[in-house]
Design a protein around this ligand. Structure first.
Ligand code: ADP
Ligand code: MG
Length: 257
């Protein structure tokens, strides 16, 4: 079971969109996938077609049950099956976690403890919030790898150094199994000189860690999420579908190397 955090503390770089379509893409390549919505905004939960205002339990309840040893709530009570992947959903209640867990010892390892008892998945993909907080530390503590989506804009590399520092700190102090599994460019316009230039800079900075696949800007990708389905079901012939499929093939190839 490989656990991957999709992380970039910048908002709007396609973390959630990529989590959803990587989960769906790996599933269509025969892998069993669990997605975890770890951003209180709950966009991944909506992207999976669930109503985030109408959930029996969320990953927040699971974290609380773990931290206070309260009740008997288990993974199976919270996980929701969908046509392409299982999901631990969330909603805005989760934003209380940072405050509520303030004084709890070991508060960064709750997700790791929860996943220790979970079996049967090839991949677990965690959609991280756009911040470097207790939730993100929980995701990184639990993960084997971090994938970093980068939007190919002028300021793309801004913030990357801070992100690398955070990953370094986690690696040295909390989870020395953690490594950067890959970096991919999102919302690329291959006719844009600026985008080509930024992709060059990313390759220079990340070297082998850079995925060859570029995720192009494609309106179908945004539309699919708003309909609560994956790009593969919404527009199977679109560039978005081709790109995410190609990224998933690379992910599996890297695994098998
Ligand atoms: P994050 O989770 O990093 O905040 P999102 O996944 O929510 O980012 O994406 C930000 C916005 O960009 C959303 O409106 C999403 O629909 C849109 N988007 C993401 N990827 C693409 C793409 N390849 N083409 C067009 N729009 C995209
Ligand atoms: Mg998001």
């Amino acid at each position: 079971m490989k656990i991957i955090s999709i992380l970039n503390q910048k908002g709007g770089v396609a973390k959630t969109t990529s989590t959803q379509n990587i989960a769906a893409g790996l599933n269509s390549l025969g892998k069993k996938v669990l997605a975890i919505d770890f951003d209180p905004q709950g966009n991944l939960t909506s992207g999976f077609g669930l109503d985030k205002r109408n959930l029996d339990y969320t990953v927040y309840d699971l974290l609380k049950a773990k931290s206070f040893g309260s009740g008997t709530l288990s993974f199976n009570d919270v996980v929701v099956e969908t046509s392409f992947a299982d999901i631990l959903p969330t909603n805005i209640k989760m934003s209380k976690v940072n405050l509520e867990l303030g004084g709890v010892p070991g508060k960064e390892s709750l997700l790791k403890e929860i996943l220790k008892d979970v079996y049967g998945y090839d991949y677990v993909i965690i959609d991280c919030p756009p911040s470097l907080d207790t939730l993100t530390f929980n995701a990184l503590m639990a993960s084997h790898e971090v994938y970093i989506p980068v939007q190919t804009e002028f300021y793309a590399l801004e913030g990357i150094v801070e992100l690398m520092d955070t990953i370094d700190i986690v690696t040295h102090r909390m989870n020395d199994d953690l490594r950067i599994g890959g970096v991919f460019a999102t919302m690329v316009d291959s006719r844009s000189k600026l985008h080509i230039e930024v992709i060059g800079q990313l390759k220079e900075f990340f070297g082998e860690n850079m995925f060859k696949t570029l995720i192009r800007r494609n309106v179908k990708v945004a539309e699919a999420s708003s309909h609560g389905i994956s790009i593969f079901d919404y527009a199977p012939r679109s560039n978005g579908s081709k790109d995410y499929k190609s990224l998933c093939v690379e992910i599996i190839e890297r695994e098998e190397k």
